[in-house]
Write a protein that binds this ligand. Structure first.
Ligand code: TRP
Ligand code: SF4
Length: 445
């Protein structure tokens, strides 16, 4: 059994197995080919899995509104592994998404022993400046602090009514002496993700949360709780019928009134003429609907719940998972092991030192490498190309030359170094230029 610990050092050996064990969906070429100019992180399989992405891909395809929500825990320096998330966020933004980024200062306080003040400062200096430098544009995008947003804190509290201790233990395996603040962090994160679907932040719509796969427990919790607070459940019954069911024991209005409204929405807005109602069973069936209609029915009803009933009409948030970048030393990249990662703010000389010492897939001798070729799939330098060099031609060249023995690791490292140093230099200039934008994008509440 693979263990996923959002606050620990999860290193994953076998992503396909992980996906199967947790029921994470495959995200491959077939999915991305629906979208023109998919980001290299998607097409190269760095982003390898998802939950519930179909409605998001549909929204991108059709130009419908959709949101991106993600968060950062400011617990150290930002490294190249963190950059992968923001590259995706910027890509989504360029494809029409509205963007919300949480600075998880509460989580850093609860799980990493930072003061709220330290966490806030680190959030801006390390992360927000880099996000702006990487192309995140204010406007339809915002960054906020968990500690300052009442909507999120209130929602985290409310969601607590729908999650019990057994669920928390099953998901996180907390020890007996776990602090309540840390136990609350997942609810805080669920509230981060769901609050962007409240009316004042754009209402129910497809939302994607791009994160590292260690965050999957939080997403499972969030998707469960999003369903738990709903009034309607749209689903396929065992005999294959698509139905709308009223869930709460005491619905906010009589079932008859609710179904009158639902009937109107289904007929007038979604075009389902034939509806079979059974109010006593709190069920309404759509004989002409199929499984693929469920998301759009569910979305329409979530919007109705949100608008008319002023309830938590949350559409299940989607998530995507990227692979962790292996550290240069062969272990996971981590802010706490400087030699394992290249930090965004590293000086060129540091970058050189780290890269030259990096673990490669090279052979013991030059002669052997010339004869047999090397193995890029276990090479941290190759990973640097894979994650941070968008040019497909360069990547292909490195791969072929490496596996056929035309390329030696020393020269390969020098080329990677040149590409990285150029990127980091540019980033440094852009980070400074971005400083005035901080107050435009960071919300005070
Ligand atoms: N827990 C995340 C991390 O450790 C940070 C986070 C907070 C987050 N709120 C979020 C991520 C909402 C995605 C969505 O990095
Ligand atoms: Fe890695 Fe480059 Fe050496 Fe191949 S040649 S193993 S990609 S460093």
């Amino acid at each position: 059994m693979v263990k996923l610990d959002p606050w620990g050092a999860s290193q994953v050996e076998d992503y396909a197995r992980l996906r199967d064990e947790f029921g994470i969906g495959v995200l491959d070429e077939a999915a991305w080919s629906r979208i023109p100019d998919a980001h290299p992180l998607f097409t190269r399989g760095v982003v390898f899995g998802h939950r519930g992405m179909d409605p998001v891909l549909n929204a991108i395809e059709r130009g419908d509104p959709f949101g991106v929500m993600t968060g950062l825990m400011p617990s150290g320096k930002m490294h190249l592994g963190h950059k992968a998330v923001i590259d995706q966020v910027v890509w989504y933004q360029n494809h029409g998404a509205d963007v919300h980024v949480a600075i998880a200062d509460f989580e850093a306080y609860a799980a990493r022993n930072f003061t709220i003040e330290q966490a806030r400062k680190l959030g801006i200096e390390e992360y927000v400046l880099t996000y702006l430098a990487l192309g995140l544009k204010p406007g339809k995008s915002e960054v906020y602090y968990q500690s300052k947003r009442s909507r999120v804190k209130d929602l985290a509290y409310e969601l607590g009514l729908h999650v019990n201790l057994n669920q928390m233990l099953a998901l996180y395996g907390f020890p007996d002496d776990v602090k309540m603040a840390k136990m609350n962090a997942p609810l805080m994160q669920a509230a981060d993700i769901l609050h962007v679907q409240r009316a004042e932040f754009g209402g129910p719509r497809p939302t994607v949360v791009p994160v590292g796969v260690d965050q999957d427990p939080h997403l499972r919790l969030t998707r469960d709780v999003a369903g738990a607070v709903r009034i309607f459940n749209v689903t396929q019954t065992q005999d294959g019928k698509i139905g709308v069911f009223v869930k709460p024991e005491k619905p906010p209005r009589p079932v008859k009134e609710l179904f009158d409204d639902v009937g109107r929405i289904l007929r007038a807005d979604l075009g389902f003429a034939d509806l079979k109602r059974n109010d006593a069973y709190r069920a309404l069936y759509l004989p002409a609907a199929s499984l693929s209609d469920v998301p759009r029915i569910d979305l329409a009803l979530a919007q109705y719940e949100s608008k008319v009933l002023a309830e938590h009409g949350f559409f299940p948030p989607a998530s995507t998972y990227h692979r962790f970048m292996t550290g240069l030393t062969g272990e996971k990249m981590s802010s706490s092991r400087p030699e394992s990662s290249i930090f965004i703010t590293d000086e060129p000389a540091d970058v050189k030192k780290k890269l030259m010492r990096a673990k490669t897939g090279g052979r013991a001798t030059e002669q052997e490498q010339r004869e047999k070729g090397a193995d890029p799939t276990v090479c941290s330098v190759y990973e640097t190309y894979l994650y941070h060099v968008p040019d497909a031609k360069v990547l292909e060249e490195v791969y072929t030359e490496c596996t056929t023995g035309k390329r030696l690791c020393g020269e390969c490292k020098m080329q990677a170094l040149g590409l990285l140093q150029t990127q980091l230099k540019e980033l440094k200039e852009k980070r400074e230029a971005a400083r005035p934008l901080v107050k435009e994008i960071v919300s005070d509440a």
